[in-house]
Design a protein around this ligand. Structure first.
Ligand SMILES: Nc1ncnc2c1ncn2[C@@H]1O[C@H](COP(=O)(O)OP(=O)(O)O)[C@@H](O)[C@H]1O
Ligand SMILES: [Mg+2]
Ligand SMILES: [Zn+2]
Length: 315
């Protein structure tokens, strides 16, 4: 018998596992208590521009002088390091005597965490299942020295799987920015993301329509490649804010591929203006809602109040 006080328990480790969990919950709450706003960037589909929106949102807020964190919880497809051209490795960083690990630093105001920071070889596939992913995300919060932050931006993988669910359960006051493209197939999936938010009682800051038209570099006319306006319509159907639309801009792809994030290039183009509008809309939506009412980091949360799976529950 281990340290468990229950007479029916035969596990050697249950007592110490509980204690470790309680300790980690405490560390999570301490970290989160110093972060004013937590924003989960999610979408129904992959490739719609979540990482692009996360990166530009984080950079735009950091450029305005806010202290910002960017946490990449797309564990199977972490892209943030590439997009910001960050090549640091955690094991190269001096951490002696410290209890918390230093995140990567981008400029003065932005701290970044991604699984790539911990990996020997970035091209290794990640083959983790649920529990390990939950643990990785909890450690990203508990073990990292985020310090005082105005905003923590969390870049999620597509859909409503383990990663966004873990964020919802661990960061009770996280709020969502949902990214979509204008086509009906993308919008069908985005409705699932919005329903997920409803089930886990996560507030939705609003919706971004990305790849919304293409501004022709020759004549400056807007070409609606994937139709446009569907995001705005879906947002109003769900009664949520529409934060803005970003047109397709080839410079965004180049910026994402070579690690020179688009917003930092100061171009006075429609997509840079679009990001600026989205950033100030997010700021406005969150102004005055600095939520420091932290609840405990354990206990799952579905709207029905039972311990069901919020993704599949029909409550
Ligand atoms: N508005 C846009 N115009 C042009 N390319 C874009 C735009 N938004 C995203 N991209 C490109 O599309 C690809 C997918 O975007 P990404 O942000 O990685 O999507 P997700 O994180 O949702 O999978 C990337 O190559 C990115 O540079
Ligand atoms: Mg991504
Ligand atoms: Zn043209």
């Amino acid at each position: 018998m281990g340290s468990c006080k229950s007479s029916s328990c035969s596990s050697d480790t249950c007592g110490s596992a509980d204690a470790a969990m309680a300790k980690q919950n405490l560390a999570i709450n301490t970290s989160l208590g110093k972060i004013k706003q937590k924003i989960l960037v999610m979408s129904g589909k992959g490739g719609v521009g979540k990482s692009t929106v996360s990166t530009n949102l984080a950079l735009g807020l950091a450029n305005k002088g806010y202290k910002v964190g960017l946490m990449d919880v797309d564990l199977h497809g972490p892209d943030i390091c590439r997009m910001l051209n960050l090549t640091d490795k955690l094991h190269d960083t001096k951490i002696e005597g410290k209890q918390l690990f230093p995140p990567m630093q981008y400029g003065d105001n932005l701290k970044v965490i991604s699984l790539e920071y911990m990996m020997e070889d970035r091209d290794d596939p990640i083959i983790w299942r649920g529990p390990l992913k939950v643990q990785a995300i909890r450690q990203f919060i508990a073990d990292m020295d985020w310090g005082e932050l105005d905003y923590l931006i969390i870049d999620a993988p597509p859909g409503t799987g383990d990663e966004p669910l873990t964020v919802a359960q661990t960061i009770k006051d996280a709020q969502a920015v949902v990214v979509t493209t204008p086509q009906e197939v993308a919008l069908a999936d985005v409705r699932k993301s919005l329903n997920f938010c409803k089930h886990v009682k996560m507030k939705v800051i609003g919706m971004v329509e990305n790849m919304s038209g293409f501004i022709c570099p020759h004549c400056n006319k807007n070409v609606e490649i994937f139709k446009a306006g569907g995001g705005e319509k879906t947002a109003s159907e769900f009664g949520i804010n529409f934060l803005g639309k970003v047109p397709i801009d080839p410079r965004i792809v180049i910026g994402g591929d070579d690690g020179s994030p688009y917003l930092s290039s100061q171009a006075d183009s429609p997509s840079v203006k679009a990001f600026a509008a989205i950033i100030s809309n997010v700021e406005k939506q969150l102004a005055g809602t600095a939520s420091l009412s932290l609840k405990s980091a354990d206990a799952a949360g579905c709207a029905c109040g039972s311990s069901c799976n919020p993704t599949t529950c029909n409550c």
